[in-house]
Design a protein around this ligand. Structure first.
Ligand code: SF4
Length: 428
């Protein structure tokens, strides 16, 4: 890391935006959470700015944010100024996550992007963001085909089949969040503001799941007393369609989802992808949870041409691509805390598991026990340690390992673990 990078302020647990990039092992990291569709010219300009000011690699996170690495104290403000001049609307406060195709998806019960706009306005009026942890988030699922089932959030709003009401829950993903009841659609932004105020009153580090664990949901329910108009309907299992592939939009055009292998891509490859999108008639790109990009506004013919071009550029265009079974953090030498080169190992491991794996086996490669890339349990988690790779079965990077292997033995150890799971009857 450069000396000037070290001099930058660092707030633990903060999400590094453009104005406050965070020091990492390869300089400063800036994060941008775009809202809605990014015009193609603006996306190409982000790629060029990344090459000019950073290390030329762009990441899309599991929550759909863009990350740019390798900035310095000198180049980070220039990068921020270049991005500010573009036609990109980005989150600047509490992270509010909507359905990936909000406002475009014909299957939506309500347009989550409209509610998100109301909420941003309310939060600005209430000046709540500075009182909250940078990791606090709100998920708004308007009921489209691409849901937010696996996205954990402090506050969740979900469409109900009964029109005009919104289900409110706290502290978890679709399956684990704690339901509070339903509010009317016009009261939804006010409800979230009150719930975030519960967090703010408990301090800058407060998170909804921790409050639920220690106090239960009483404080949240009390905050909504006169807004709750009923209990949440029993939750039918909500399935989210596969993001990779083609999706019909309200205006009759198509969106095509592709993913970045292991969550990162060279800015030049992304520029080629922008060119392919333009050639195929797309009007923009959208980032989405699951390290995914959508090209928006194509016809069936041009969408399949776009998918072909994306595949040739190294992007993931098939849901069963074995690279999707491997999650890796930046690892060494990018992250100073790493004991293994997680990102470099990822394609090797993906190749190793490809012949055996049907998509139900996730390998998480973590450079250290922090487990940044995947907080949830994985079938196999590999944790870099000073003594080698610790292997954890059906757990997270913080759980107890069942074995310790040398890095060069890792592919063989993972293949063996897969075979054993199959022998035990596990569906991998
Ligand atoms: S898990 Fe550890 S090594 Fe990987 S990016 Fe996070 S801090 Fe760095």
């Amino acid at each position: 890391m450069t000396g000037d990078a070290l001099a930058m302020p660092q707030r633990r647990g903060a999400c590094p935006g453009l104005s406050a990039p965070m020091p990492t092992g390869d300089g400063l990291l800036a994060r941008l959470q775009p809202i809605g569709t990014i015009p193609l010219a603006a996306f190409a300009a982000v790629c060029a700015a990344t090459r000019r000011h950073g290390n030329g690699v762009i990441e899309i996170t599991s929550r759909g944010s863009l990350q740019i690495r390798g900035l310095s104290a000198t180049s980070a403000p220039r990068f921020a100024a270049d991005i500010a001049a573009l036609d990109i609307v980005a989150e600047d406060g509490v992270a509010i996550c909507c359905n990936p195709l909000a406002g475009l998806d014909a299957a939506e019960i309500f347009d989550s992007s409209v509610l998100a706009g109301e909420l941003r306005h309310a939060l600005t009026q209430a000046s709540l963001a500075p009182k909250l942890s940078g990791k606090v988030s709100v998920a708004i699922d308007g009921g489209g085909v691409l849901g937010l089932v696996h996205l954990a959030a402090d506050i969740r709003l979900g469409a109900q089949m009964k029109s005009g009401v919104v289900a409110v829950a706290v502290g978890g993903d679709f399956a684990t969040a704690n339901p509070l009841g339903v509010v009317s659609r016009p009261d939804a932004a006010e409800a979230v503001t009150r719930l975030l105020d519960v967090l703010a009153k408990r301090g800058r580090d407060a998170r909804a799941r921790d409050i639920v664990a220690t106090e239960g949901i009483a404080a949240f329910q009390h905050a909504l007393t006169e807004l709750l108009i009923g209990e949440a309907l029993p939750r039918p299992m909500r399935r989210s369609a596969e993001a990779i592939g083609l999706h019909g939009l309200r205006d009759g055009s198509l969106a095509c989802g592709v993913a970045l292998a292991f969550g990162h891509a060279d800015a030049t490859a992304l520029e080629r992808l922008v060119e392919a999108a333009a050639t195929c008639g797309a009007n923009g790109l959208g980032t989405a949870p699951g390290r995914t990009l959508f090209a928006i506004g194509m016809t069936p013919d041009t969408a399949s041409a776009f998918a072909g071009a994306a595949g040739r550029l190294g992007f993931i265009v098939r849901a069963d691509d074995p690279r999707r079974s491997v999650v890796a953090c930046a690892g060494a030498p990018i992250c100073a805390s790493a004991h293994i080169a997680a990102r470099k190992l990822a394609p090797v491991i993906a190749n190793e598991i490809a012949p055996h794996c049907g998509g139900n086996f996730t390998v998480h490669l973590s450079g250290c026990a922090k487990g940044c890339a995947h907080a949830a349990p994985a079938a196999l988690t590999v944790v870099g340690t000073p003594d080698g790779c610790a292997l954890v079965a059906d757990g997270s990077a913080r759980d107890a390992p069942f074995a310790l292997v040398a890095t060069d033995e890792l592919p063989v150890a993972i293949a063996q673990s897969l075979r054993e799971r199959k022998r035990e009857g596990a569906h991998v």
